[in-house]
Design a protein around this ligand. Structure first.
Ligand code: FES
Length: 130
């Protein structure tokens, strides 16, 4: 028996299904749910340097996100695609303490709440949340 073979026998090799469990980190996966319970660095401060600066794309745990520092200096991290029609918020306008989607103008604060919806009355806006 070779030394390498002896080590494999001693320490074991992951089965394919165990490997799947340990390496999948997207939403709804076992490891994904575990890792989302802990703080994870998402981007550097210098990527969103000043209040009102353009958003930054972030790929984290298999999710497409955008990070931004609103005009009040608060940092937000949210899904990249707008809940309305899926336009990318990476191209959003950072204004009035919110990130405004350039497609239809819905605006989201750093907590993911919809704070402005130009074409709809206020009660509907309050129901939308990232
Ligand atoms: S797609 Fe963003 S407001 Fe419509």
């Amino acid at each position: 028996m070779s030394r390498a073979h002896a080590e494999v026998r001693r320490y074991g090799v992951l089965k394919a299904e165990d490997n799947e469990i340990l390496t999948r980190v997207g939403p709804g996966t076992l490891m994904g749910e575990l890792l989302r319970r802990y703080w994870t660095p998402a981007c550097l401060s210098e990527e969103i340097p000043a209040p009102g600066s353009p958003p930054a794309r972030v790929r984290l745990l298999g999710e497409k996100l955008v990070a931004f520092r609103d005009t009040a200096g608060r940092v937000g991290l949210m899904q990249e695609n707008c809940p309305h029609r899926g336009a990318s918020l990476y191209y959003g306008r950072n204004e009035d303490a919110a990130l405004r989607c350039v497609y239809h103008g819905w605006a989201y604060d750093t907590e993911g709440r919809c704070v402005d919806m130009p074409s709809e009355p206020a009660p509907f806006c309050e129901k939308v949340r990232m």
